[in-house]
Ligand binder design. Structure first.
Ligand code: PEP
Ligand code: MN
Length: 279
């Protein structure tokens, strides 16, 4: 296994999609760095009901424009089974959030789809509970399930969560799942994103999910754990150097699409002509 040239994925973007310009800035950083895909929240699961819940359908025109201009894939969270039809042709890879890892009705519904799914670890879930949740996603045949370690709640309060890299090494050793790491939620601290990203590569992860915002100070959610575009480019450069040590290479956006079964944008637009955008 060590000698095989393996692909690594870096997915980056804002916690919440806030505007076309914001999404386009991060999309440019992804393309310039040669990394893999865009992330961005449409529906947000916030601990407080009075916190910003995401721009929901208002994001759709921004998403259409940015995807048409850049051809990047979008990873975004689906928070409710009733959103499947709404999000199906906007979002290329569904994310199931930490707070929904135990939502078995949602997992069963997503199991019918022909779309890759990133399953975040519940912040109080054991690795075995997380694996069982992934089996729900596979239960009606969906073969493209990726696990994402995003930190767990421990007695430690210096950081928002404790990023459990044990789970990454354990899952790579004992299961066939692809395993990504989210160092933004895993630490809650911007300056810890880079060291923990590099540690995730060393632990055997297959990818990173990083929060990036053009102006983290003014982000509507999770700015304190988001990199700006310049720091993101710097992270990707260092990640590439470390990846060579493990005989791995970074997937660009086209390689990401092949690996994670993303339909081409042409089909997406053709089946949804009301949202067609010409450039
Ligand atoms: C997110 O990715 O923005 C997010 C809400 O993550 P989690 O579900 O891990 O808290
Ligand atoms: Mn977030």
């Amino acid at each position: 296994m060590e000698n095989k040239n393996q692909a690594f994925n870096i997915i980056a973007g804002p916690c919440s999609i806030e505007s076309e310009a914001q999404l386009l800035d991060v999309a440019s950083a992804i393309i310039n760095s040669g990394s893999s895909a865009l992330r961005g929240g449409i529906f947000k699961m916030r601990t407080s009901p009075s916190a910003f819940q995401g721009f929901k359908e208002d994001c759709f025109p921004w998403i259409n424009k940015v995807k048409t201009k850049t051809n990047l894939s979008l990873v975004s969270e689906i928070t409710d089974p009733r959103q499947v039809d709404l999000l199906q042709d906007k979002v290329d890879v569904f994310q199931v959030g930490s707070r929904n890892m135990y939502n078995y009705e949602l997992l069963k519904e997503l199991s019918h789809l022909n779309k890759s799914i990133i399953l975040k670890r519940g912040f109080s879930a054991t690795v075995q509970e997380w694996i069982k949740a992934a089996e729900y996603l596979q239960s009606s045949g969906n073969p493209n399930i990726i696990l994402c370690e995003r930190g767990i709640r421990t007695f430690e309060t210096s950081t928002r969560n404790t990023l459990d890299l044990n789970s990454v090494a354990y899952l790579k050793e004992n299961t066939d799942f692809k395993v990504f790491v989210d160092p933004s939620h895993g630490t809650g601290v911007r300056n810890l994103i880079k060291p923990l990203s590099l540690a995730a590569i060393a632990a055997g992860a297959d990818g990173l999910l990083v929060e990036v915002h053009p102006q983290p100070e003014s982000a509507l959610s999770d700015g304190h754990q988001s990199l700006n575009c310049k720091d993101f480019l710097n992270l990707v450069e260092d990640a590439k150097k470390l990846l060579t040590l493990f005989n791995k290479t970074l997937n660009n956006s086209e390689e990401f699409k092949k690996e994670f079964n993303v339909q081409s944008l042409v089909n997406t637009i053709a089946t949804n002509s009301s949202h067609e955008i010409r450039i």
